[in-house]
Design a protein around this ligand. Structure first.
Ligand code: NAD
Length: 474
């Protein structure tokens, strides 16, 4: 099938590359010229495991192309995905300006053939109907301008007032399209794997668009590109637009709640002398609870949970509901992000003039994404308290990518990071941090203190290496 993806970030690029991988003909559109030039040259502007390899294979097979030309993309796509960013506004509300611009743009380029427009961006409930309205406006505006210009030139330049409103309406034929909500559940750090091996596919909308979406995903539903092909086919949830949009928000809000819950229990463990890692194991084995998202630590962050939970609270308020549970989830998380600072102060007393080294700064391992990472709050607070902050980050340090952070010195390896530090804080649980030579790192530090913000290391191993070890709730 012919597919157009508008917005080539973590979601759009991965979706486009994976759809090309399963045999579709894909054109990816982005308004960032620099990104498009990179992708045309075969370089992914983001890091995701496997992405570069399958992107190159799709380019070599001629199944994917990249452009800034929205009109060309819309002309080619039978199915057009909207996958642009929807960050949070300061009010917590979702900033949907990019979706608005793209929806109008797609509408203005509709060419008569039936198309399915897919909302893959996470958008406030009701956005399916809003996108339809914007597309109709975009379409009408462009076609009216053309038609009226023609009529004006035919009438020798008389004003548009000479064309009756009813006549204008008949000049513009209704374009044939349907809007579908197809929320994305991929996890950064395993985005390609998740796209080819989803737990479920959610489709909100009506026929015939739903049938085309099913056809698009047939190989994935049948687990053809999956790692475990013997698994039963991927469940497809077919529902209305609003419910599909709500499924995305509810899923992220639930996962954030689970993390805030275990962090709250960890804080109680800290006080009563219980070990949260044992408690999490004990409750996670209960099949009604499950063990995922029960790792106590410095809290949730990243480009989705914070903004999606805020947006859901905001939507609830718009409809007169206060959402007290979700507000508490946010409040626990805000406190949790700065818990490592309190633990550091307990170990080192004043942080003025101290040097603190961060192991990892991305919000999770295997990604280069820093959006709303807990490290940003930690860096800001440490700096405010007069500490010097250094960091080692496997991907950003390797690629030399600039972090855009002025208050942190990026080091190129863990040894340079440890040199002269009064404490290390493990911020991101990168696998390579399990096997560092901690005995050697301890000899390079002023005070070998380790604040393990993810409960990722073995306390006994660190203590044997000469560190004073402090975890979260253990
Ligand atoms: P992103 O910021 O990485 O990518 C957005 C892309 O859209 C950028 O490349 C940007 O240049 C492009 N863009 C913006 N305006 C445009 C326009 N007018 N025309 C063409 N291109 C335009 O964002 P992302 O992380 O991929 O997220 C996209 C959406 O998917 C968001 O709504 C997000 O909430 C949702 N989502 C993200 C994830 C995730 O893990 N990142 C997971 C699930 C859902």
């Amino acid at each position: 099938m012919y597919v157009c993806i508008v917005g080539t970030g973590y979601v759009g690029l991965v979706t486009g590359v994976c759809l090309a991988h399963i045999g579709h003909q894909v054109v990816c559109v982005d308004n960032n010229e620099e990104k498009v030039r990179l992708m045309q040259a075969g370089t992914s502007p983001i890091y995701e495991p496997q992405l570069s390899e399958i992107m190159q294979a799709a380019l070599d097979a001629g199944r994917i192309e990249f452009t800034t030309d929205l009109a060309a993309g819309v002309a080619q796509g039978q199915i057009v995905f909207i996958a642009v960013g929807t960050p949070a506004l300061p009010s917590g509300e979702s900033d949907t300006r990019s979706v608005e611009a793209v929806a109008r743009g797609i509408g203005s380029h509709l060419n008569g053939a039936y198309k399915v427009i897919v909302n893959k961006s996470t958008v406030p409930i009701g956005s399916g109907d809003w996108v339809r309205m914007l597309m109709l406006e975009g379409y009408a505006q462009r076609h009216l301008t053309t038609q009226v210009a023609t009529r004006l030139s035919e009438s020798g330049g008389n004003s548009t007032g000479s064309i009756a409103t009813t006549e204008i309406a008949t000049l513009v034929k209704k374009p044939a399209f349907d809007v579908v909500s197809n929320p994305e559940f991929l996890r950064e750090g395993s985005a390609v794997y998740d796209t080819l091996n989803p737990d479920r596919i959610v489709l909100g909308g009506s026929e015939p668009a739903i049938a085309l979406m099913r056809e698009l995903y047939t190989p994935i539903i049948a687990r053809e590109p999956a790692e475990h092909q013997s698994l039963p086919s991927v469940p497809v949830v077919i529902t209305d637009l609003n419910s599909a949009e709500m499924i995305k928000y509810a899923a992220n809000a639930f996962l954030a709640t689970k993390i805030s819950f275990i962090n709250e229990v960890a804080n109680i463990c800290d006080r009563v002398g219980a070990d949260i890692t044992q408690v999490a194991k004990g409750i996670g084995l209960d099949s009604r609870i499950g063990s995922q998202f029960l790792q106590a630590g410095i809290g949730w962050g990243g480009s989705c949970f914070p903004k999606d939970v805020s947006a859901l609270i905001h939507t609830a308020a718009d409809y007169g509901y206060e959402a007290p549970l979700l507000k508490a989830v946010v409040s626990v998380n805000r406190h949790q992000r700065l818990l490592v600072i309190a633990k550091l102060q307990k170990m080192l007393k004043s942080l003025k003039g101290k040097t603190i080294g961060l192991l990892g700064i991305t919000f999770k391992p295997n990604t280069d994404d820093l959006r709303d990472a807990p490290s940003l709050s930690i860096i800001e607070h440490l700096t405010r308290l007069g500490a010097k902050v250094k960091a080692y980050e496997p991907i950003l340090s390797q690629t030399g990518t600039r972090t855009g952070l002025s208050d942190v010195i990026m080091e190129t390896d863990p040894e340079r990071l440890a040199m002269g530090c009064d404490s290390l804080i493990l911020v991101t649980d990168w696998q390579e941090f399990q096997t560092l030579n901690y005995a050697h790192l301890a000899t390079l530090m002023h005070h070998p203190v380790m604040i393990d913000g993810r409960n990722f290391l073995q306390p006994q191993t660190l203590e044997a290496a000469g560190f004073s070890y402090v975890g979260i709730g253990r």
